[in-house]
Design a protein around this ligand. Structure first.
Ligand code: 13P
Length: 267
């Protein structure tokens, strides 16, 4: 079916959809479901962390974000808060629409959407292995290096750790934006982690992946000194990731020459 002129990218799945299948209440309900699923997935607990999704209201750019300090199990669609997105970070106070206070971390959610067109959903968690690593001076200085090729899932050759600042402050937001330059995920010193994506599903999936990487790196550190992949190899991985998607078999085989430069499907 050809998309109508009103069609847009679904904020949960990233799939193009029509307005009638994607109401604000449906997005609010999905936001709560994602926030609750963080505990089931082992990447968060209690009312820690927060989740947001970009949500325009007419011409007004904005985001829907979880409320502050409310356990996700008690959170209903009316507790989700809409916050406008101003052009520049840390300037005028945004408009807020809701019966609750937005997450205390609304600043870094806001500033990420204001500065990055690729950010359509942001997940912040206190994932245990990310948080444990983010307490080590070595990680705070160098981040998680390329001990495993999947580090590239966060967008680069390493996963940086943003320096510590008090939660909810503009200083923390500024550190987060710097650590996420050319990246989709980072650790927060003495705090947790952040992942962003083109939709809620992909941001959540990246948060799970980064927590797996942190757990595996912590395990490797207990066994010895992990070796690190070269910059050349990581650049090769990053290049291959640009084509890593569930395409039809024929396309993939045609794309993939073997070690001798031969294609499996004759062109
Ligand atoms: P909120 O409940 O205000 O979202 O704060 C939780 C948190 O993790 C702060 O970093």
């Amino acid at each position: 079916m050809t998309p109508s002129p009103q069609s847009f990218m679904h904020p949960i799945t990233g799939v193009v959809c029509e307005p009638e299948v994607c109401t604000e209440d449906a997005v609010r309900a999905s936001l709560i479901e994602v926030a609750r699923s963080m505990q089931r997935l082992g990447i968060n607990h209690g009312s820690a962390g927060n989740v947001s999704v970009r949500w325009h209201r007419g011409a007004a750019d904005g985001m829907l974000i979880t409320p502050s300090a409310l356990p996700y199990e008690q959170c209903g669609v009316d507790d989700i808060v809409w916050v406008s997105i101003a052009a520049a970070q840390g300037t005028a106070a945004p408009q807020v629409d809701g019966v609750r206070r937005p997450s205390s971390e609304w600043r870094f959610h806001h500033d990420l959407y204001a500065s990055r067109a690729d950010a359509r959903a942001v997940v912040h968690t206190h994932a245990p292995h990310c948080t444990a690593l983010a307490c080590l001076p070595q990680i705070q200085q160098q981040g998680i290096p390329a001990f495993h090729y999947m580090v590239a899932a966060a967008g680069g050759r390493d996963i940086r750790c943003a320096p510590y600042a008090t939660f909810g402050t503009q200083a923390l937001s500024d550190h987060v934006l710097a650590a996420l330059t050319d990246r989709r995920a980072c650790l927060l010193a003495h705090h947790g982690m952040i992942a962003l994506g083109g939709a809620l599903d992909s941001a959540l999936a990246l948060a799970v992946e980064v927590e797996w990487l942190a757990r595996t790196y912590a395990l490797a550190l207990q066994l010895g000194t992990p070796a690190v992949l070269s910059d050349t190899e990581m650049d090769r991985v990053l290049d291959r990731f640009t084509r890593y998607r569930p395409d039809p078999l024929d396309d993939l085989l045609a794309d993939e020459p073997d070690a001798h430069g031969r294609s499996a499907v004759p062109s």
